[in-house]
Design a protein around this ligand. Structure first.
Ligand SMILES: [Cu+2]
Length: 127
């Protein structure tokens, strides 16, 4: 098999992968639990351009969910009153802090986490 032939086969495999990803009609769902005074999980890994849906429920009172540096700023209903469902698609790689933005008690200011957004096209060695 010539080098050119191998490259053509690899290209076809990459295209097939992108086609499959584009065909997914529903975004990846990430479930998060909010509870005085933490989110679980508190560290989320996303890829640039990947749309996800956060489904966040509270174990106690109403909380907030705000991702710094983005327009995402929403309220998580209190336990037994359903869940917050919001879609999110990060445009840029980076570390985005998220936090509760509703005063929920003494430890409110500790209620935070981080979304780590990576660009899958950037080789790890160059970062
Ligand atoms: Cu709070």
């Amino acid at each position: 098999m010539s080098i050119g032939r191998i490259a053509a086969v690899m290209g076809a495999v990459v295209l097939a992968g992108e086609f499959l990803m584009a065909r997914q009609d529903s975004p990846r769902v990430i479930y998060i639990t909010a509870e005085r005074f933490s989110f679980s999980p508190s560290q989320l890994s996303l890829r640039v351009g990947e749309e996800v849906e956060f489904r966040i429920s509270s174990e106690d009172t109403s909380h907030g969910f705000r991702i710094a540096g983005t327009s995402l700023n929403a309220t998580i209903p209190k336990r037994g009153h359903g869940e917050l469902a919001v879609k999110f698609r990060p445009d840029h790689p980076g570390r985005y802090k998220f936090e509760c933005n509703r005063m929920c008690g003494a430890g409110h200011s500790f209620m935070q986490g981080v979304v780590i957004v990576e660009d899958p096209t950037t080789p790890k060695a160059s970062r």
